[in-house]
Design a protein around this ligand. Sequence first.
Ligand code: ADP
Ligand code: MG
Length: 193
Amino acid sequence: MNKDQKAALRRELLERRKALTAETVRRASLAVAGAIRCLSEWKNARQVLLYWPVRGEVDTRPLMAELWQRGVEVLLPRCREAQPGIMDLACVSCETDLRPGMFAIMEPNEATCPVMHEYEPDVALIPGVGYAPDGTRLGFGGGYYDRLLAEPCMRQTLTIGLCYEFQKLDKLPAEDWDQPVRAICTENELCRI
Ligand code: ADP
Ligand code: MG
């Protein structure tokens, strides 16, 4: 698969996702949340990395609210404006800690949520445009999560790619820098790799 084919595949999958109805997103997100909640790693987690959903992504907000209630540390990424491709993590304790950031995604407010330098999330929920059965991830093309997941402090983390069943692909080419996830969760099933 060359660069153009990869870009075309991204476009096609993103268009399909954007066309999902709010009800489909809601139902699939409920199913995904149900599967995640059953994991022992989730039940025992003390720190979790999440993402703020945009453009039809599986909705992680109900899970986020639960973690806040349980007193589990919630980490969210913040893109570095001056360094494309790099994200910092910050701890967020409520929705008012968020403000619109790059790519129109809600991010931790710099004023109230300083960069975290030492973190070791027990679980990380990872958005994606597509996933292959071996955990290879198709992202937005910026390599943001490849760089983040390559950090040594993510070595023990159960990384779970969240997507819809239609985003599961038979095969994806993996480049040297691509970081696979350790599980994939859709509205139908959660598969560990
Ligand atoms: P995505 O994972 O978002 O789908 P790709 O993996 O296709 O994106 O591409 C990521 C881009 O970032 C590539 O152009 C790659 O050359 C560049 N890049 C350079 N260094 C790294 C790195 N350490 N990790 C990830 N991507 C990198
Ligand atoms: Mg990649």
